[in-house]
Design a protein around this ligand. Structure first.
Ligand code: HPA
Length: 273
């Protein structure tokens, strides 16, 4: 057995020893969007640092934890805090928790993130359903020897984000008077925000939003056969005429402000699954 399969089995066995319940839904929450975790009736939680083979947090005060509990009447696995490539994790480390979720029985993965708006019609605080992505600026997490027992060498990416899940969320949004865009998310490594020229390039390439997460997790999830739904909160605008800098604080604030809408959509989506 390969090293990664052995590690995945050890991680999964460790978690299963602690949690007897099962869930088919997994959720990974983005920066400033962790509040959904407070709505979960938690049955069990464990710090990432205590899980064997989980990426070790290098960030001081990093409070990442894996949560098992109930949301909208359904059992869910939730990653409160994700691993980003810009923090120094390798693409396969970023991918690791997604594979763990798969081995724990998750077949539907919900992702949220904070993203910069590139489509000129977007405003700060808007929500965008990710209908497709561009991953050329990030490192593919499947590079290297393929793990055939997990998925195929050359995965199809014609529908990385489930059309059925998108349809359901659009219905929920309509019923609750929540405006949602649909668009293409462009993954970048960060940690710099984009230059003006880069935002323009991303727009020319067909991106509607840009961010530093999600793409590697989605690729990993599709590779191992999961359905994915992902949503961006637009926290800043890349395409603008006036002088305007972007700060991490402003991104977090915008994410926090928009979070209740996103939480409602995710909760109701989970209920309907
Ligand atoms: N660019 C990249 N990542 C981001 C942005 C952005 O403008 N906003 C939030 N995450």
């Amino acid at each position: 057995m390969s090293l990664v399969m052995q590690q995945l089995q050890e991680t999964t066995a460790f978690i299963r020893e602690k949690v007897s319940g099962t869930a088919t839904v997994g959720i990974i929450l983005g920066s400033g969007l962790g509040n959904l975790a407070n709505e979960i009736i938690t049955e069990f939680e464990i710090a990432y640092n205590d899980i064997p083979h989980f990426p070790v947090s290098t960030v001081e005060g990093h409070k990442g934890k894996l949560i098992f509990g109930e949301l909208g009447g359904k059992k869910v696995w939730v990653m409160g805090g994700r691993f980003h490539f810009y923090e120094g994790y390798t693409p396969s480390q970023v991918a690791y928790p997604v594979r763990v979720m798969r081995m724990l029985g998750v077949d539907t993965l919900l992702l949220s993130n904070a993203a910069g708006g590139v489509n000129p019609s977007f405003n700060v605080g808007d929500l965008m359903i990710i209908k497709d992505h561009i991953s050329f600026f990030t490192v593919n997490p499947l590079l290297g020897k393929n793990e055939d027992s997990i998925g195929t060498r050359f995965p199809d990416m014609s529908e990385p984000y489930s059309k059925a899940l998108i349809h359901t969320v659009k219905e929920i949004a309509k019923a609750n008077n929540i405006q949602v865009h649909e668009g293409v998310y462009t993954g970048v490594t960060g940690p710099t925000f984009e230059t003006r020229a880069e935002y323009k390039l991303i727009k020319v390439l067909g991106g509607d939003a840009v961010g530093m997460s999600t793409v590697q997790e989605t690729i990993t999830a599709v590779h191992c056969g999961m359905k994915v739904f992902a949503m961006s909160v637009i926290t800043d605008l890349g395409i603008r005429e006036e002088e305007n800098t972007i700060t991490h604080e402003e991104v977090l604030q915008a994410a926090t402000d928009a979070e209740p809408k996103l939480t409602l959509l995710f909760r109701e989506l989970v209920q309907k699954l």
